[in-house]
Design a protein around this ligand. Structure first.
Ligand SMILES: [Zn+2]
Length: 283
């Protein structure tokens, strides 16, 4: 058993934790975890003061924070009102992340609708730029926006698309790689072999540079898929579903990148701990 170099933590409030947000980091440290994604998926409602206290406690307990922005975002919507509301939600996510010191702001970019993918990406880049520029001009300069690889074929967010968005946005963009989503989107064709994962990491690094993968912001769980891709997230112990965490962590080891692994399993922190254990067995 070796030393696992990655960070692990839950997507949102741990299921076994009862209490205030500010006390979560100490709880995570006590069970052996050191990352957390704050879930603002239904809207960014946190107040500045609470975000700052939470961020302070996270730093004191060596818990690296990220923030997941609202689901109601569609930068490629044909409705101008929806696009403007989406830009606003990304701005609010960046602002809250600056307050709490969250390094990555995870965003689902939106849907192709009737557009061809390249037109949808063009609109997405325009929206991200607006949100970033607004955040910077208000002094919220810390966090990186982090478009996520998505699980459904209707959603913007193949690996190539996420890289393309980040290339246009420059240094303040880092990808969120969700291996379950990539597996679901390709209907289990990819993320079967260590080499599948290595190729994707190397593609990201060769296009976006070392910073984008130091650490590589990562989501993991097992997943069920159908014709259109993602259906439901599952726990690591459910043998019916993939991908295998071993495959992913072996690839990180081989390439030599470190990751922040956020568990999106139904049993959040418990699977984060199982991932950590699998990692220790592999290193
Ligand atoms: Zn997500």
């Amino acid at each position: 058993m070796g030393i696992c170099p990655h960070r692990f933590g839950p997507a949102g409030k741990p299921i076994e934790f009862k209490g205030d947000l500010a006390d979560i980091p100490a709880f995570l440290k006590s069970i052996g975890l050191n990352a957390m994604e704050y879930e603002a998926v239904r809207g960014v409602n946190i107040k500045k003061e609470n975000a700052e206290v939470f961020g302070q406690k996270a730093r004191e307990n060596d818990v690296l924070l990220s923030l997941h922005g609202p689901y109601y975002i569609n930068l490629a919507s044909p409705e101008e009102k929806t696009v403007q509301a989406s830009v606003r939600r990304i701005y609010e996510s960046l602002r809250a992340s600056h307050w709490m010191g969250a390094y990555a702001v995870v965003i689902h970019t939106g849907y192709y609708g009737d557009l061809n993918p390249s037109e949808a990406i063009r609109l997405a880049i325009k929206g991200y730029k607006e949100a970033l520029e607004q955040a910077w001009s208000d002094g919220y300069v810390f966090p990186s926006v982090s478009p996520e690889t998505t699980g459904k074929t209707t959603q913007i967010g193949t690996v190539e698309e996420v890289v393309k968005i980040c290339l246009s946005l420059g240094k303040k963009c880092r990808p969120t790689v969700d291996w379950a989503h990539i597996y679901a989107r390709t209907k289990g064709e990819l993320i079967q072999k260590v080499d599948d994962v290595i190729k994707i990491i190397e593609y990201i690094e060769s296009n976006l540079g070392k910073d984008a993968v130091s650490p590589l912001h990562t989501h993991f769980s097992k997943i069920e898929f159908g014709k259109g891709g993602e259906r439901e997230h599952h726990t690591l112990e459910e043998e019916l579903y993939g991908p295998s965490f071993d495959v992913v962590v072996k690839a990180y080891k081989e390439v030599g990148v470190t990751g922040t692994f956020i568990s999106e399993s139904p049993i959040l922190e418990k699977d984060a701990l199982l991932m950590k254990k699998i990692c220790e067995d592999i290193y």
